[in-house]
Design a protein around this ligand. Structure first.
Ligand code: BGC
Length: 335
């Protein structure tokens, strides 16, 4: 009997030890909507580097290749594999319900990031979080950068008092596409710039789609285009590609502004091809995600992460022009 009791005690103690977070291996699952998205791949490489610097923690990385059903299956797989926390960059931000259902059933917290689900969905269960940024802010800063350049240069080339612009938009239905366009143009007008819209095209955050659309606009409007607003850097870079392959000489290019501050975006600002961009803090978002995932998995307090409403972390957007682009690039390459 005594033997049995000490055996039971030993088993019990072993169980307790195994549950101590610092000694137990933490497993985090991550699924992104598309591994070829420049901004997302920069965010994920910072996230993986951050996790690699922590002990007792591993990451399972998945890409959903733009398919929500694939992503739902990946989440179920990660739950079955014993992931303690799952980070989800939704394919379709209006379709999180299967993921929420599966995670809630298994008691596995989910950190959604970058593609924002509506608040009612996030409130469905206490184990749901969101990390991203405030889309309005990026549009406002983009509008301010453009307004400053327009005021200080001969951007209004035909001197008709109107700035004729093109917008290259991200995916239809993405919070950042809708809000950035609205706020950017709205801010230009608030800043007293008279504008005239020549066109807007959806290029799905994608550089080559943007190049194709921009080439068509260049054929149609030639040097009448005075401003190009890209909802992200990749599309602004696509516009630059189109100008480089056109017959329009560089002094007749319009003002071109992006959003993100990705490495290729920063290099284009330094080279003088891109007039400015707005830093979408992929590093800050990745680090916040690593810290939150770790805290949730280890059962530690999340107090020092300053979650808004106990659920949201939003990193601020920042202004980037030729004056500070090199500092950002240096920080990115020092990782
Ligand atoms: C970024 C884009 C990216 C998109 C993906 C946006 O916040 O600015 O570059 O393609 O997120 O969801």
């Amino acid at each position: 009997m005594k033997k049995l009791l000490s055996l039971m005690l030993a088993v019990f103690l072993a169980g307790c030890t195994a549950r101590t977070p610092t000694e137990q291996k933490i497993r985090i699952g991550v699924t992104v909507y598309d591994q070829y998205d420049t901004f997302i791949s920069e965010l994920i490489s910072t996230f993986n580097a951050d996790i690699a610097g922590r002990e007792n923690i591993t990451v399972d990385n998945y890409s959903a290749s733009k398919n929500q059903l694939t992503q739902n299956k990946q989440v179920q797989q990660m739950i079955n594999d014993g992931c303690n926390v799952i980070c989800v960059n939704l394919v379709d931000r209006t379709e999180p319900s299967r993921i929420i259902e599966a995670a809630r059933k298994a008691g596995v917290p989910v950190i959604f990031f970058n593609r924002e689900l509506v608040e009612e969905d996030l409130m469905q269960w206490e184990g749901l979080y969101y990390i991203g940024a405030d889309a309005e802010e990026s549009g406002i800063i983009q509008g301010q950068i453009a307004a400053d350049i327009i005021r200080n240069t001969a951007a209004d080339r035909n001197e008709d008092g109107l700035i004729s612009y093109i917008v290259l938009e991200g995916e239809a239905g993405h919070q950042d596409a809708i809000v950035r366009t609205e706020k950017s143009v709205g801010t230009l007008m608030e800043e007293g710039i008279q504008v005239e819209k020549l066109g807007s095209a959806i290029a799905n955050w994608n550089r080559s789609q943007a190049q194709t659309r921009m080439a068509q606009y260049i054929d149609q409007f030639g040097t009448d285009i005075e401003l190009v607003l890209g909802n992200n850097d990749d599309m602004a870079l696509g516009a630059i590609d189109a100008y480089k392959s056109s017959r329009i000489s560089e002094e007749d290019w319009p003002v071109i502004v992006g959003i993100d501050g990705t490495e290729p975006g920063l290099k284009a600002v330094i080279d003088g091809d891109l007039d400015g961009t707005v830093y979408n803090d992929s590093r800050g978002q990745a680090e916040a995600m690593a810290a939150l995932a770790y805290a949730l998995a280890a059962g530690e307090s999340t107090e020092n992460l300053s979650l808004k409403d106990g659920k949201y972390i939003r990193l601020p957007y920042l202004r980037i022009t030729a004056e500070n682009a090199a500092d950002y690039l240096e920080q990115a390459s020092s990782q």
